[in-house]
Design a protein around this ligand. Sequence first.
Ligand code: NGQ
Ligand code: ZN
Length: 443
Amino acid sequence: MRIHAEAALLPDGWHQNVALDLKGGVIAAVTPGQPARPEDTRVQALIPGMPNLHSHAFQRGFSGLTETRGPGQDSFWTWREMMYRFALQLDPEGMQAIAAMAAVEMLEAGYTRLGEFHYLHHAPDGHPYADPAEMSGRIIAAAEETGIALTHLPVFYAHGGFGGAAANDGQRRFLHDLDAFDRLMERCQVHLTRKQDRLGLAPHSLRAATPNEIRHLAARWPGRPFHIHIAEQVKEVEDSLAHSGARPVEFLLDQAPVGPDWCLIHATHLTGTEVTGIAQSGAVAGLCPVTEANLGDGIFAAPEFLAQGGVFGIGTDSNVAISVAEELRMLEYSQRLAHLGRNICTDAGSTGLALFNAALRGGAQALGAPSPELAPGAPADLVALEDPMELSHAESLLDRWIFGHGIAVADVWAAGAHVVQDGQHHQRDLIRHAAAKVLRKLI
Ligand code: NGQ
Ligand code: ZN
């Protein structure tokens, strides 16, 4: 089939009147300067699909339901208590229904690959399911149902604090030792059958995994996407200093073989030396600006990191909101508020374009995925934006989408399948109905 775009964002920038031939889920040819043919699917502006490098899909289930003040001072840690209560109720069917809803919303937002950092492994009583990858299988089924590409990241979670402290009861569904985790990984490989899917892994954090365990996992599964939450909260930095005398990122860089396969999720609280250390390691900073704002985490050192060639991507994390534009806007606006300046996340030219291109590249690196680009041989993961004002000024389109009014995702192709049309996923009603049924029971 052939798509005709009035404008398309190719690797070297915007081009007019671009014809794209798709074949077998892949872009076969890209030809600028072509008139539209009657049989073409016509769109205004075509861009590559964005990777969502960090999500906990189940948390979509309580989006907007933790915004009420509790008895004391609310924080990340009081939010986590509520999140654990929700997590303890979810069965495999509920997991699949909510994950599918989240995936529909991700595709409708312009994300075409999901990096699912998945730790809700066991039955509510803490015992493994007959298939230890039962819950992973539900995430994989949700991705297959909706068409989104998946990099599945089973989480290794063994402890409740620095130094191998015992886990608490609210964490009982998350826990493995290294042998059991090995079996989980092997079962995940059996569940993953689509060619676009990948398997990585994720020690949850320095609170949940010891340096020995992290090193063991990195050696056992080399070359796979390797994610870890790090330095998100001030308390985490203080606990790390109390335990080892080192800050979390300082400690990790010293103790583990951090490199380009790694993705450091949040990396919010950094010294200048830590910023340089991450940039030089080649690891991706996994930024989740909307969730980080929602949870009161802090502001990432973006200008310093970018000036040193640091690579970043974006994730929807808690899925409190699911939007490519909002993540990139929050990333830039938090910098403007902190530094009292404008157009901070770019050296020159369009801020929207700089943010978008950087997040595409970093997201794909973090998820072990082919580079998302409108070029022959790339996966046909495509997003069409529509401008109701028909300004046909492509150079400003990403800025207007991210910072302005009215630009919307109209169409999405995932591995060549036209899964979103007129802004709606083709299975939206069915999937919404199933998720609504689960949530009415749970909440
Ligand atoms: C999570 N979420 O695993 O879902 C974490 C909270 C923790 C974020 N960090 C739990 N945003 O870090 O202990
Ligand atoms: Zn997270």
